[in-house]
Ligand binder design. Structure first.
Ligand SMILES: C[S@@+](CC[C@H](N)C(=O)[O-])C[C@H]1O[C@@H](n2cnc3c(N)ncnc32)[C@H](O)[C@@H]1O
Length: 301
């Protein structure tokens, strides 16, 4: 049955209000000094409280923010998503991130990687051992600014990484980031499409983030990554979908539309696990992340 027009108007109003509440929250994460009007928005929505010194974020929000590895980067991500939504609303194709957002996003991935590695190591102790193996060889696929490579090799003595990326801009930014992290001499940066990876038995560990790769590239990459790992080496892969949403839910449908607009591999952890097994990986293990923010799958060559 078609939605009656006045009801739709009320719902659109509510959706617009929610979008502005989200914007107010992101702005407050960046700068907690809230104007009267800004604070009133967050107060009415239940995210701020009025004190004798003016508005401030509610303690429960502060606790949440203090638990984030990089609250500023989180606010930046929310702002980026609002910009992407505006592009979609205007019928514009998804835009590439500018350098500043690319760096913020890369830094936040690097910080989050520590948490992911701990999660995987707790669930698959063999991966934990690999992560501390002296001389570890790590393959960082879609290296971006190289933050994940830097995080991984910082955990093992004499570890080295190869970071591959199809974008010259990424490799230029990675140079700077790796110099700043003091590990430039331990990471080889290569302009390369993972779909054409030709290394054999070269790595103990590889990282494959589906959230940055096109579906055809990911599909072509799987057998190449298997060949590039040393026998017994491990792949850790991340999916955007955690596989926990109700199929057909609005949240999952929105995520799939966002992925399609950016040509991102939309596989669930279960789909990825099945493809890894079919490729010849074994000990394929799905690992949940807190709040099911995304999915992790570990697999052994
Ligand atoms: C945003 S960065 C990722 C940063 C970080 N590694 C992460 O996991 O979040 C994604 C990078 O993947 C690169 N990329 C996309 N498709 C690729 C492919 N087929 N092979 C190698 N790199 C690719 C992009 O150029 C981009 O620089």
């Amino acid at each position: 049955m078609a939605t009656p027009e006045p009801a739709l108007r009320t719902r659109i109003d509510a959706l617009i209000t929610d979008a502005w509440v989200l914007a107010a929250l992101a702005a407050a994460i960046r700068d907690p000094s809230l104007s009267e009007e800004h604070g009133a928005v967050l107060g009415a929505a239940g995210y701020a409280e009025h004190t004798p010194d003016g508005w401030r974020l509610h303690p429960a929000c502060r606790t949440f923010l203090d638990g984030l590895p990089a609250p500023d980067a989180f606010a930046g991500q929310v702002a980026g998503i609002l910009r992407q939504a505006a592009d979609a609303a205007d019928g514009r194709p998804a835009e590439e991130d500018d350098d500043a957002s690319f760096i913020v996003q890369g830094e936040s991935s690097g910080e989050r990687m520590t948490e992911f590695l701990d999660l995987v190591a707790a669930r698959v102790p063999e991966v934990g051992k690999v992560l501390h193996r002296p001389g570890l060889r790590f393959l960082d696929i879609g290296t971006g600014i190289g933050a994940i490579a830097a995080t991984v090799i910082s955990r093992a003595p004499a570890a080295r990484a190869v970071g591959i990326d199809i974008a010259p801009r990424a490799l230029r930014l990675a140079e700077d980031h790796l110099i700043r992290r003091g590990v430039r001499d331990r990471v080889d940066l290569r302009l390369q499409d993972v779909a054409e990876l030709a290394d054999t038995a070269a790595y103990d560990l590889a990282w494959l983030p589906l959230g940055v790769l096109a579906p055809h590239a990911t599909a072509q990459a799987l057998p190449r990554i298997l060949a590039a790992l040393r026998p017994g080496g491990w792949l850790i892969s991340a999916t955007v979908l955690a596989g926990t949403d109700q199929p057909g839910s609005v949240r999952e449908a929105v995520l799939r539309w966002r992925m399609a607009r950016r040509a991102i591999t939309p596989w669930t952890p279960a789909e990825l696990a099945a493809r890894l097994t079919a490729t010849g990986f074994h000990s394929v293990t799905q690992i949940a992340t807190p709040q099911n923010a995304m999915g992790l799958v570990a697999a052994q060559a």
